[in-house]
Design a binder for this molecule. Structure first.
Ligand code: PLP
Length: 383
């Protein structure tokens, strides 16, 4: 059977060079980086080399990188770490309605601890207005968290302008850059962020390995306590193989990023144009231009997104209705609802996210398979 993997926002296939780089650290080079003998020193050396590679991808200094288990932990650390480092319970945080659950659920947890939060809305394209962030900031605000690009609809947020607002107000800015690091240029100084979260498995690295960037001087406490690993910011014996894989993925991401993005955007446009011209009652959700090069999020009238995905799966095509975390829930996506899309329409969502390995043949295959699937589903259950 022909296949097409078009769910790169959920996870990406590890690059062969990532796997090769990791192998020795899963086998004979297993030393604990805290150990004094040569085997341990070898792990310590590769740990610090990896830190340099990851820092270099985002224009940071190596000592501003703390390795974590992935995007979720980095998001938790940014929010909990800044608020818990503050004095008393008075801290207030500003975030947006379209953040990943790793942010929104952490915000809810902070509220249960007595902290306060303001969740700012977005427009119909999923974009936040920096002025709304400005209005939400108050005297006791310590942190704003605004994602760089949305994992469902692909809209890229005006982060630099949000950073200017935060600087002016003396508020830290964290960004969930899980969907952008490795896919589009991310430079901590150009974006003006104080912290960012990244995840290995979204940039052709391993799962369970990620990092948080913490700008020098940012007051943030660790949330996992124990040993002195990661300068006391994140206790626990380091996941050396995962970190080496993340670093190899970071180095690979930096090479040819622009031309890769252009090629992928070309294929994405071919996919979107092809679907819009062959299936009636379809819209492209998210911002029409300011979006990730690999994202095509479609609202298909009079079908269930889940049903479309199951039928696509039956012909070897991997697509999703939105984020991996919500695809098993029956509630419509919080992102689409925040954009003002009616629940009935939100249920007809299908997201294709392309990647490094995506070919024109795969896109043509989707264009061949999708229209009859939609037609069949509409005929079976006319709404
Ligand atoms: N943030 C965003 C925007 C994501 O898309 C994801 C993964 O879906 C995460 C955070 C969580 O990252 P991880 O799977 O590494 O915990």
């Amino acid at each position: 059977m022909r296949t097409a993997y078009l769910d790169h926002a959920a996870t990406t296939p590890p690059l062969p060079e990532v796997i090769e780089a990791m192998k020795p650290y899963l086998a004979e080079r297993f030393g604990n980086p805290s150990a004094l003998y040569a085997l341990g020193r070898d792990s310590r050396r590769v740990l610090e080399e990896s830190r340099e590679k990851v820092a270099s991808l985002i224009g940071a200094m190596p000592d501003e990188i703390v390795f974590t288990s992935g995007g979720t932990e980095s998001d938790n650390m940014a929010l909990l770490g800044v608020l818990l480092a503050g004095e008393g319970n008075g801290g207030h945080i500003v975030t947006t309605a379209v953040e990943h659950h790793a942010i929104l659920e952490t915000v809810r947890f902070l509220e249960r601890l007595g902290y306060r939060a303001t969740v700012v809305g977005v427009d119909s394209t999923g974009m936040v207005d920096p002025d709304d962030i400005r209005k939400a900031i108050r005297a006791e605000t310590v942190l704003a968290s605004v994602m760089h690009a949305n994992n469902e609809v692909g809209t890229v947020e005006p982060l630099r302008r949000v950073a200017d607002v935060c600087r002016e107000a003396g508020v830290y800015l964290h960004s969930d850059t899980v969907q952008t690091v490795g896919n589009i240029p991310v430079d901590v100084d150009e974006l003006g962020v104080d912290m960012l979260s990244m995840s290995g498995h979204k940039l052709y690295g391993p799962k369970g390995a990620g990092a948080i960037y913490v700008r020098r001087g940012t007051r943030v406490s660790g949330i996992i306590h124990g040993g002195e690993q990661e300068r006391g910011m994140r206790a626990g014996t380091e996941n050396i193989a995962g970190i080496v894989g993340l670093a190899a993925a970071a180095a690979a991401a930096a090479r040819g990023m622009e031309s890769r993005g252009e090629r992928i955007a070309g294929l994405r446009n071919r996919l979107v144009d092809g679907i819009l011209s062959s299936v009636e009652g379809v819209v492209l959700n998210g911002h029409p231009e300011v979006r990730l090069p690999n994202n095509a999020h479609l609202g298909i009238e009079r079908v269930e997104g889940e049903a479309v995905c199951l039928h696509l799966d039956a012909v070897g095509i991997c697509a999703s209705t939105g984020s991996a975390c919500t695809s098993e829930e029956l509630e419509p996506s919080h992102v689409l609802l925040a954009m003002g899309i009616a629940p009935l329409k939100a249920h007809g969502s299908v997201r294709f996210t392309l990647g490094r390995g995506t070919t024109l043949e795969e896109i043509e295959y989707v264009l061949q398979e999708l229209p009859p699937i939609v037609e069949r589903l509409r005929a079976m259950a006319p709404l």
